[in-house]
Design a protein around this ligand. Structure first.
Ligand SMILES: *Cc1c(COP(=O)(O)O)cnc(C)c1O
Length: 326
């Protein structure tokens, strides 16, 4: 993909091997540590064992795919000498928190445009973003809905700020997500690469980094379907040059951030058996869905599955205490 080459080129030229070098270990802040992203066996139904890449372990806040989707944005903002970072999200957005933490590490001011009115009490995510120094700016749902109008208005209000679209959904986000596969030794051995999909930015990156014989499965965390004129499918269509991917729509459990006792029961069992924690919004649904597909003989014999644990565990703080065993 041409644009990815461009990013890699810039990247080498300015001799920043990785922006994680800018993250200094200190008493309060932890560096991004890609060595912590181990690959471990994940037993599924019907005797299938997948391999799971633990991106949840690379950093406590800038966790999982958020780092990868942000890194080229951060680099571009630094190169441009931007005044700060401007980004967008809902009240439970992992992306807002990750951006706030990354901006703090880079000593850049950050503004978070939040969908909806300011709640009487901030969600844990918004509180974390505020604690990291992010200025929150609330806009009505209707104003938030028209992305291009909103972007223009906010850039006028915060001139000189580098704009990161919601969820890092952009070319730079896709290119960063493609780098996830660099953490996987012998990646060509896998027949399937499975991930959760919100905006589809990570999924598009994995497709870009995959071989044409591999199949990328994106488990939608939103209640969408094939027949919808949906943003996820159109984003993949627009931003990938390949077609070796498939959406799995049926494991949304009622919609984005919705849950059932079946789901939380599965997440608890999984944790007891494997010590792998999952989050309620994305990875719990991904692993439930994968296990269910494995039980239903979805995967041909000799399939080798790579599963991306994309992090997001802080989202579990929206749950009542005691619902999860971890
Ligand atoms: C944000 C997030 C996703 C969604 O990633 P997209 O690139 O928007 O599809 C998936 N998993 C976790 C844990 C996340 O926090």
């Amino acid at each position: 993909m041409f644009v990815c080459l461009f990013y890699k080129f810039t990247h080498e030229n300015i001799k920043i091997c990785d922006i994680r070098n800018l993250f200094r270990p200190s008493t309060y802040h932890q560096s991004i540590d890609l060595h912590k992203a181990i690959i471990q066996p994940l037993p599924l139904a019907a005797g299938i064992t997948a391999s799971i890449l633990r991106l949840d372990l690379i950093h406590p806040v800038i966790s999982g795919n958020k780092w990868f989707k942000l890194k080229y944005h951060l680099q571009a903002a630094m190169e441009a000498g931007s005044k700060g970072l401007l980004t967008f999200g809902g009240a439970w957005s992992n992306h807002l928190v990750a951006t706030a933490a990354a901006a703090a590490e880079l000593s850049l001011p950050a503004v978070g445009i939040v969908r909806g009115e300011r709640p009487a009490q901030l969600s844990a995510a918004l509180q974390d973003a505020t604690d990291a120094g992010m200025l929150l700016h609330f806009v009505s749902r209707s104003a938030y809905a028209d992305e291009s109008v909103l972007h223009t208005a906010m850039q006028e209000q915060f001139p000189g700020y580098y704009l990161v679209p919601q969820g890092g959904q952009s070319e730079a986000g896709v290119c960063g997500a493609a780098d996830i596969m660099q953490l996987v030794p012998d990646a060509a051995q896998y027949t399937h690469i499975a991930c959760a999909a919100g905006t589809g930015t990570m999924m598009a990156g994995l497709v870009e980094a995959s071989n044409p014989q591999q199949q990328v499965l994106g488990f939608s965390s939103l209640k969408l379907s094939n027949t919808d004129d949906n943003s996820l499918a159109s984003f993949l269509e627009a931003r990938t040059t390949k077609h070796n991917y498939q959406f799995i729509w049926q494991y949304h459990f009622g919609g984005y951030a919705r849950k059932t006792t079946v789901l939380t029961g599965f997440m608890n069992n999984l944790f007891q058996q494997t010590a792998i924690p999952t989050d309620i919004v994305y990875t719990g649904k991904l692993l439930y869905g994968l296990n269910d597909l494995a039980a239903g003989n979805f995967f041909p014999a000799n399939s080798r599955l790579l599963v991306i644990h994309s992090g997001g565990l802080q989202g579990n703080r929206s749950l009542p205490a005691g619902l999860l065993d971890y």
